[in-house]
Design a protein around this ligand. Structure first.
Ligand code: ARG
Length: 471
């Protein structure tokens, strides 16, 4: 018999609480209440927590030190066997805690039965979730900084690639592609900061809170916390087992991150249209149509935009599940993992896919530059020019608005007019020959030298800051 079989058939995988019950549960009841299909992804975290717990039990003399060592060694072996696939997780177990304890007890008998001393699955699950998030969230953060790096890379090559900036989806003022991409990067920086901040709040171990009221055994919570690299212990045992703020908080961080990806995806979709054509997605990150042979669609961007709804949905599930729960542990809390994990998996894959998609795209500089011509994106610059010549801004605004109206009738751009035509449409001779460089689209972007503006060295300064951040 393979070891795999004995782990499953060892007879110890009945529910951990079955002793209280004369009758076995109905198969449908078991299927309804188990969580192993969701929580088995925390198997290694569960084992890590159990090893720390066992060694604390040994060090405090609650169980003999040699038995604690035996438990820890066997658990370490089980971890390797799970990792290498030698042990398959038995999906008929109630949850990952029962399964691992069952395998241990199959192998060590009564010694294995000592592992759960001074512990409840209520503090165990709270611990496992925190341990899981403590390594999973940094993986996501890394994916986000990879995306920022990809955007910086494109930005650095496009510091003087002109494009129109938009408000209300109407051409507004000339900027550069670099300036635009750095705006998205800054949103992603905030996403990373939010994750970091939430990580700080989960860095406290709930282990030793027991079912709800700690333990009468002399367990040492600080010892296990230190062993598991937490910065401290949670200060109230009831709160420790009833708290799922972190699930809500991370899923809310994921939701905001998805909002950014969704908005950016929307832009990629618009930019891929024939009407805009600012960007051409690589074939690898596009799809075709089953009926229209010519089609090349931005489906990946659309799927990211679409999956955003699922992440928001998960946040809503968690908030609704928590609303009205009395202290302390209630089984409702088991429902947290499905939403948390689904949100995490979704956001992680979306960040990765977005990175591949955006870094393999081609940028159509000619089309972007053309968006600065027509649409009077330099009207503010003409007004600013008049302000510099002493005209009050409000007057300059009205003067240029009138000039734009006349240009629309003449079907001309401001920069197409001669000096005398410009004087005529504005009705002022404050305008001299130096106006033309001021209303040239490139100069319009370059002369906006305020901190955070589109001028090349201002964007370069921002890039330096972004690079410092992702390092
Ligand atoms: N599987 C449960 C959860 O995910 C932990 C077990 C606690 N069960 C209980 N009956 N107290 O929350």
């Amino acid at each position: 018999m393979s070891e795999k079989k004995s782990a499953v058939d060892g007879g110890n995988h009945a529910a951990l609480w079955h002793g209280r019950f004369a009758e076995g549960p109905d198969a449908e009841a078991v299927a309804f209440e188990t969580s192993i299909h969701v929580d088995s992804r925390m198997a290694l975290d569960d084992i890590r927590g159990s090893i720390a717990h066992a060694s604390m039990l040994g060090k405090t003399g609650i169980i003999p030190a040699n038995e604690a060592d035996e438990i820890a060694a066997e658990l370490a072996k089980i971890a390797v066997e799970i990792k290498t696939g030698k042990i398959e997780i038995d999906t008929s177990a109630e949850d990952i805690h029962s399964f691992i304890e069952g395998v241990l007890t199959d192998r060590l008998g009564d010694i294995g039965r000592k592992l759960h001393t001074g512990r409840s699955r209520n503090d165990q699950i709270a611990l496992d979730e925190r341990l899981y998030l403590k390594h999973a969230v940094p993986d996501l953060r890394k994916a986000v900084t990879d995306l920022i790096a990809a955007l910086i890379d494109i930005a650095e090559k496009n510091l003087n690639t002109l494009m129109s900036g938009y408000t209300h989806m109407q051409r507004a003022q000339p900027i550069t592609l670099a300036h635009h991409l750095c705006a998205w990067s800054q949103m992603l920086v905030r996403d990373c900061c939010r994750l970091d901040d939430a990580l700080k709040r989960i860095d406290f171990s709930p282990l030793g809170s027991g079912a709800l009221a700690g333990s009468s055994l002399p367990i040492n919570r600080e010892m296990t916390a230190k062993d598991l690299d937490f910065s401290g212990v949670t200060p109230n045992s009831l709160d420790s087992v009833a708290d799922r703020d972190y699930c809500i908080e991370f899923t809310s961080c994921f939701s905001i991150l998805m909002t950014h990806l969704s908005r950016f995806s929307e832009e990629v979709i618009i930019w891929s249209t024939e009407e805009f054509k600012f960007i051409e997605l690589s074939e690898k990150w596009s799809t075709g149509s089953s009926i229209m042979p010519q089609k090349k669609n931005p489906d990946f961007a659309e799927l990211i935009r679409g999956r955003t709804g699922r992440v928001y949905g998960n946040l809503m599930v968690l908030l609704t599940m928590m609303k009205g729960l009395p202290l302390s542990y209630n089984r409702d809390l088991q429902e947290d993992k499905q939403s948390l994990f689904e949100a995490y998996d979704t956001v992680l894959s979306c960040v990765r896919i977005f990175t591949y998609m955006i870094s393999s795209a081609r940028w159509n500089k000619e089309r972007m530059k053309a968006s600065c011509v027509g649409g009077y994106a330099n009207a503010t610059d003409l007004a600013d020019y008049l302000v510099r010549k002493g005209m009050p801004f409000r007057t300059a605004h009205a003067v240029v608005a009138g000039a734009v109206r006349k240009c629309i009738e003449k079907r001309k751009n401001l920069e197409d007019l001669t000096l005398s035509e410009l004087r005529e449409v504005t009705g002022t001779d404050l305008i001299c020959n130096d106006v033309f460089e001021k209303i040239d689209p490139y100069m319009c972007a370059e002369s906006r030298r305020t901190t955070g503006g589109p001028a090349q060295d201002k964007v370069r300064e921002h890039i330096i800051e972004l690079k410092r951040f992702i390092k």
